[in-house]
Design a protein around this ligand. Structure first.
Ligand code: MN
Length: 213
């Protein structure tokens, strides 16, 4: 039995068009995300085999593969939920997402400042990566992270609540080399209800990082 499984998309392939074409969504979910799920499961099997045989020669590579594929699976699982064809705008109290709006204002000074930072972080990734809004449990603040591949350059323990995939597979068929245009368009499909529920869950959990001695 595989440990990880590919989650169903919460909408049709065409639900995010014209911001993201149905062709991109189908390939991105059915091929790319599926490959990370398979990669994570395969790596767990290879690690079990290494333990059984007490053969540790490939361990460094296996640990790197586990971090890559597992993080890819986790970020894509959040990504699909973060978007809706009925989204966009900014989080407002009248829409029931006032706590998130307040947290963004407190952490970044303003929504505009936050939007500019996350847009730049996603659009200026070198190579493949993500722009991520994350909850940092020690301070309770929100932070923007510029993630390398799926797993690099992140603060330990932070929880991603809004993720912008900036890999070429996320946009190239439609936006070609205009990554900044893709990132700007992404704001039209942000599902603020989903981001707000992730913020509330991250904030309310008892985090192991916060346990007293
Ligand atoms: Mn992707």
């Amino acid at each position: 039995m595989p440990v990880y499984t590919l989650p169903e998309l919460p909408y049709d392939y065409s639900a995010l068009a014209p911001v993201i074409s149905s062709e991109i969504i189908e390939l991105h979910h059915d091929k790319h995300h599926a490959a990370y799920v398979k990669g994570a499961n395969d790596t767990l099997e290879q690690l079990a085999e290494a333990r059984d045989k007490e053969q540790w020669g490939a361990l460094n590579g296996l640990e790197k593969n586990l971090a890559f594929h597992l993080s890819g699976h986790i970020l894509h699982s959040v990504y699909w939920q973060n978007m809706t064809g009925d989204g966009g705008g900014e989080p407002l109290e009248k829409d029931g997402v006032g706590e998130l709006a307040d947290a963004i204002a407190e952490s970044f000074g303003s929504f505009a400042g936050f939007k500019a930072q996350l847009s730049k972080a996603a659009a200026t990734t070198q190579g493949s990566g993500w722009g991520v809004l994350a909850h940092e449990p020690l301070s309770g603040r929100l932070v923007v992270e510029q993630v390398y591949d799926h797993q690099g350059n992140v603060g330990q323990g932070s929880t991603p609540i809004l993720v912008f995939d900036a890999w070429e597979h996320a946009f190239y068929l439609q936006y070609r080399n205009q990554k900044a245009d893709f990132v700007e368009a992404m704001w039209q499909v942000v599902n603020w209800q989903d981001v707000a529920r992730r913020y509330a869950a991250a904030r309310s959990r008892t985090d192991a990082l916060l346990l007293a001695p």
